[in-house]
Design a protein around this ligand. Structure first.
Ligand SMILES: [Zn+2]
Length: 364
């Protein structure tokens, strides 16, 4: 693991934007050290919300926003804006989003990798949700209420009765729902959730509440498990600060709770996403506040929890938990502060919302 001397001071020189991009001489692209403040891209959706508070200050003047995608910045911000414009962000294996619903989403299913590749897609999609808020009575559907044959499933999709045979259940803040590929699922109205998923747009729609979007009956029947959901393992408390919410071959999702003023080392040997969901913290020269996300890869960062602590979601590739992902360094941190002697850089402007009007929505 590379160590970066005077990490905080080095980052502090790049105060122009939210992004810190460090590249060491490396022989392998996986060794490129990266800490970036994610940008947020808004996605208009017919079921979305015009009130994104407190998660985002992005404009909703053009209509409801359903999804906020956290993305790596396309290029270091030292480049002129005209050059950076139009360039795609670097690819990631995982996609982190917030979803805000005022109407139910379609009932849908995602293929596994094998099926996705058989129809020319890069990979399938397993996803997981963390409920950030839910109005009273808000619900999600996961799996069917009891097993059906493929023929019965096809009939239920065709005549719309699928909405009555999926298993709906209420959700509350803090609930975690794992959706392995092949699980029929839907998200109801009145929910804000964080979603971590394999980066994929392989979605087959079974029912769309009369919104006239295309259904994908044959593919849905081919990939769906026509029965109740898999049993989901309960969250596992790893330490005072870490709870494993769910882990599968594609990603691990943890909740971390950092006490006010405590200092931690976050180790990210592989692609890692950190999303603040309560409180705030200082990470390098940037402040991480509610709704902000950071991307790290082959790097580590010191996190100093703010006066009200920090609660965050941490996601990285599976299939196993990284036991060394988070190490308390409170004493070390205080010494470093004292010896460094440099003033902290001004905090970044926070999240940047890129509004991207879309002619057609992703097939959610
Ligand atoms: Zn889905």
């Amino acid at each position: 693991m590379y160590r970066q001397p005077n990490d905080r001071r080095r980052l502090a020189r790049k105060t122009a934007g939210q992004q810190f991009h460090s590249i060491h001489s490396a022989t392998n692209k996986d060794d490129i050290l990266t800490i970036e403040h994610a940008i947020v891209r808004t996605k208009p959706k017919p079921w979305g919300s015009t009130d994104l508070r407190p998660w985002s200050q992005a404009s909703t003047s053009d209509g409801p926003i359903g999804e906020l995608w956290f993305e790596r910045p396309s290029l270091p911000q030292s480049l002129p804006h005209s050059l950076a414009k139009g360039l795609a962000a670097p690819e990631t294996a995982l996609l982190l989003k917030l979803l805000l619903t005022t109407e139910p989403l379609s009932i849908q299913v995602h293929p596994d990798d094998a099926f996705a590749r058989s129809i020319g897609l890069a990979n399938g999609k397993t996803e997981a949700w963390y409920i950030l808020s839910a109005v009273a009575g808000a619900k999600v559907a996961v799996g069917l209420n009891y097993p059906r044959s493929a023929a019965e499933l096809r009939t239920a999709i065709t005549d719309g009765s699928i909405a009555n045979i999926v298993h709906w259940h209420p959700v509350h803040q803090g609930d975690v729902i794992s959706i392995p590929a092949g699980t029929i699922h839907a998200i109801g109205a009145g929910i804000v959730l964080a979603e971590i998923q394999q980066y994929s747009d392989a979605t087959f729609r079974l029912f769309d509440y009369g919104r006239q979007r295309e259904l994908h009956i044959e593919n849905a029947v081919a990939v769906a498990t026509a029965g109740p959901r898999e049993v989901q393992a309960p969250p596992e408390q790893l330490s005072d600060a870490r709870i494993v919410l769910t882990v599968n071959p594609y990603f691990a999702l943890e909740q971390i709770d950092l006490a006010p003023g405590s200092v931690w080392r976050l180790d990210a040997p592989k692609e890692t996403w950190l999303l603040a969901i309560e409180g705030h913290a200082q990470l390098g020269s940037t402040t991480l506040s509610l709704g902000d996300a950071v991307f790290l890869q082959a790097d580590h960062a010191d996190i100093e929890a703010g006066a009200d602590g920090l609660k965050a979601l941490l996601a990285y590739p599976g299939p196993t938990i990284n036991p060394g992902a988070l190490t308390e360094r409170s004493a070390v941190g205080r010494i470093r502060h004292a010896s460094l002697g440099a003033p902290l850089a001004p905090t970044s402007p926070g999240r940047a919302a890129l509004e991207q009007p879309e002619a057609s929505n992703w097939p959610l």
